[in-house]
Write a protein that binds this ligand. Structure first.
Ligand code: ADP
Length: 327
């Protein structure tokens, strides 16, 4: 057990994700419920360094649970990579008496928090706000479900036109290191091929499957590729396929940033609310420098450093399902 906390800062850092606002709301309202003073830190670690911090009351987080983005704004902050930057941030927190932090962000933000908590005596709690679900120790990350739903809605629309014209469509979704958005949206839209960074892409296999489908006169084919696939993105896949399938009409659609925005799904709102509540519980119980996840529908805590080191793994079962259902 560490010393008791009384003033908590909350910040969103790195890439934004839908549901961050719901998490801020849960952190602030739970903290206030327990009699803590709550502070919003603007633009992630940048606001900590620049002392861009404001006191938050219950009304400060009214009417935001349904909004995408983050009212605290987010940023990537170069200065925080250096000790001097982190020291400046620490000094600002000390002057204000802030003695605990809740960081809502991705693995980069947690790497920063790990360093900060090792150097200074301010406990940090990490909540995974990332659409990519590229962090181990949790079945859900805040924003993933919304991003998948957005991708599914877009792909369904593309499929209508794809079907009308008998085309092959290659759709690129987000996921630099993790293929979860591609996997989930691909399965949910009946994709014939799903290409993800976790598996080496064998383009000969993809071509063979398309040629076989061409023989069967199945001309509509959907390929979902994660932006970080080892073979390359959708444009690279298209250029190779065009060579090998000269008669096919092959189009590319890159979904891009629409996957980050929009109102969070109900699942993301629930996840964010539950995690936000438990972040404060952790600080009150002296469970410091942990990552708050949910596994098998139970809260799951692990040292922040472990959340950074381990990536989630995509099970072979899912890949087998993709293969069987695509026939
Ligand atoms: P995300 O949290 O979405 O993965 P980034 O990787 O951009 O996003 O990280 C967000 C911020 O966290 C960075 O801009 C930087 O301020 C901080 N950060 C990331 N990695 C480190 C590190 N190794 N040391 C210190 N700060 C870091």
């Amino acid at each position: 057990m560490g010393k008791k906390v009384s003033k908590i800062g909350v910040l969103t850092s790195g890439g934004d994700s839908p549901g961050m606002n719901a998490a801020i709301r849960a952190v602030v309202r739970t903290g206030l419920y327990y009699g803590l003073e709550m502070y919003g830190i603007m633009r992630g670690y940048q606001g900590m360094i620049e002392d861009d911090i404001c006191k938050m009351e219950s009304r400060s987080v009214a009417n935001i649970i349904q909004r995408g983005g983050t009212i605290l704004k987010t940023a990537r902050c170069k200065e925080f990579f250096e000790y001097e930057g982190r020291k400046k941030a620490y000094d600002n927190l000390i002057l204000r008496g802030i003695d605990g932090l809740v960081i809502i962000g991705g693995d980069g933000s947690f790497r920063g928090a790990v360093k900060f908590s090792e150097e200074f005596d301010i406990p940090c709690i990490g909540l995974a706000g990332t659409i990519d679900k590229d962090i181990s120790g949790t079945d859900f990350t805040i924003g993933f479900d919304t991003a998948v739903n957005t991708a599914v809605e877009a792909i369904d629309k593309v499929r209508d036109t794809m079907d009308a014209h008998d085309r092959i469509f290659i759709i690129e979704v987000m996921g630099r290191d993790a293929g979860y958005i591609a996997l989930h949206s691909g399965i949910a839209t009946g994709a014939e091929n799903i290409l993800i960074p976790e598996r080496k892409t064998n383009m000969d296999d993809v071509i063979a499957s398309l040629l076989e489908k061409e023989r069967r006169k199945k001309l509509v084919n959907l390929i979902v590729v994660a932006e970080g696939d080892d073979f390359g993105g959708a444009n690279k896949v298209q250029s190779v396929l065009k060579e090998k399938l000269p008669n096919a009409e092959i189009r590319v659609c890159i979904l891009g940033h629409i996957q980050r925005g929009g109102a969070p799904s109900s699942l993301d709102r629930l996840t964010a609310s539950r995690m936000g509540y438990h972040a404060i519980e952790c600080l009150l119980q002296g469970r410091y420098n942990v990552f708050v996840g949910i596994m098998n529908n139970k809260m799951h805590y692990m040292p922040l450093g472990d959340a950074v080191k381990n990536k989630g793994k995509i099970s072979d079962e899912w890949l087998r399902i993709v293969k069987i259902l695509a026939s």
